[in-house]
Design a binder for this molecule. Structure first.
Ligand code: PHE
Length: 339
């Protein structure tokens, strides 16, 4: 072997390196020429038998083989791995599922509102609305609630100034509807209410009620009981029972509070109903004739019933939620369970 052979060998090596299309092929060329048992090593082994006058050229050719081939292989390697990375970034696996953003779910209280509207619309009720910022007149006076009534106390009501407040109940919507419309009226009014309650497992300073008002000729307590019972069965299931207890509200006469039998234990008593078998829903009664006088309805010509219900309470017993605060923490892991 002489210097010419080495140059020819170098040319072959460079050609093979230039053709190598993958990192593995480049590595194979490197091993073939420059590995421990590679062709360059054969060349070096042959150095001993080269005549002294040819050694210089022989050595230089071997050196060039090593340097040029190494440089080309390194360059090819760098180009190929950069291209590989870029290709890897662009690779798109069409069989992968897409990045799914959850659709969201309706809040349990919203679901109860919508269900309440559905049920009462079957009975011919339409939906009415009123402002959250109410006048003292609509929230109290027109509802026959005297100035010394405890609910008017600053401890119980968020007053904005001397005559406006955050409504403590949806009952002022009764007044607004009767001011606007002649009888007969049949409305429900779901909405937000505010009281200066300290928050705990069953109290929240803002909460929701749905008001109901039905005024016509000869509306009776039997209509009230029948309609509330119909609602209870639709909302909670066919086996629920409704119980009416005498109570007092300034704007209804007579007044009742009503309870649903506990749907968790079926009325036999459990933790949810505090072992009474019943769960208090809210108040109702026959519209007080004094209220009819205030809004300009003839108390001789019409009768009516009104009711209010706490919507969080219904959501809590319907979905088995033990703490009202869970409804307002805005934790979607919790809220998403009720769709
Ligand atoms: N507004 C009353 C309350 O918040 C409930 C109620 C509504 C009572 C309608 C009678 C008639 O407690």
């Amino acid at each position: 072997m002489n210097a010419q052979d080495i140059i020819a060998l170098k040319e072959r090596g460079l050609a093979e390196a230039a053709q190598a299309a993958t990192l593995a092929e480049i590595e194979a060329v490197r091993v073939k020429y420059m590995g421990r048992k590679g062709l360059l090593q054969d060349v070096m082994d042959g150095l001993k038998s080269v005549p002294p006058e040819e050694r210089r050229d022989f050595g230089r050719a071997a050196n060039e083989l090593k340097q040029e081939l190494t440089a080309l292989l390194d360059g090819r390697k760098a180009t190929l791995s950069a291209a590989g990375k870029a290709a890897g970034r662009k690779q798109f696996d069409v069989s992968l599922p897409g990045a799914w953003r959850g659709l969201g779910t309706r809040h349990p209280v919203t679901q109860v509102i919508e269900e309440t509207i559905r049920i009462f619309s079957m009975l011919g009720f339409t939906v009415a609305d009123g402002p959250d910022i109410e006048t003292e007149y609509h929230n109290f006076d027109a509802l026959n609630t005297p100035a010394d009534h405890p609910s008017r106390d600053t401890q119980d009501t968020f007053w904005l100034d001397g005559t406006t407040l955050l409504r403590t109940q949806t009952s002022p919507v009764q007044i607004r509807v009767m001011e606007r419309c002649k009888p007969p009226v049949r409305i429900i009014a779901p909405g937000r209410c505010y009281r200066r309650d300290t928050t705990d497992a069953t109290h929240s300073a803002n909460f929701h009620q749905v008001e109901g008002l039905y005024v016509d000729r000869k509306v009776s307590m039997a209509d009230l009981k029948g309609d509330i019972t119909f609602f209870a069965r639709e909302m909670m299931g066919p086996d629920v029972k409704v119980r009416f207890r005498p109570h007092f509200f300034p704007f209804t006469e007579p007044s009742v509070e009503y309870d649903f039998s506990c749907h968790v234990c079926g009325g036999s008593g459990c933790r949810v109903c505090k072992h009474s078998g019943w769960i208090e829903i809210s108040g109702a009664g026959m519209v007080n004739p004094k209220v009819f006088n205030i809004v300009g309805y003839d108390p001789e010509a019409c009768t009516g019933y009104a009711f209010g219900m706490g919507l969080e309470r219904i959501a809590m017993i319907k979905y088995g939620i033990e703490d009202i605060r869970l409804l307002y923490d805005n934790d979607v892991r919790f809220l998403g369970q009720f769709s």
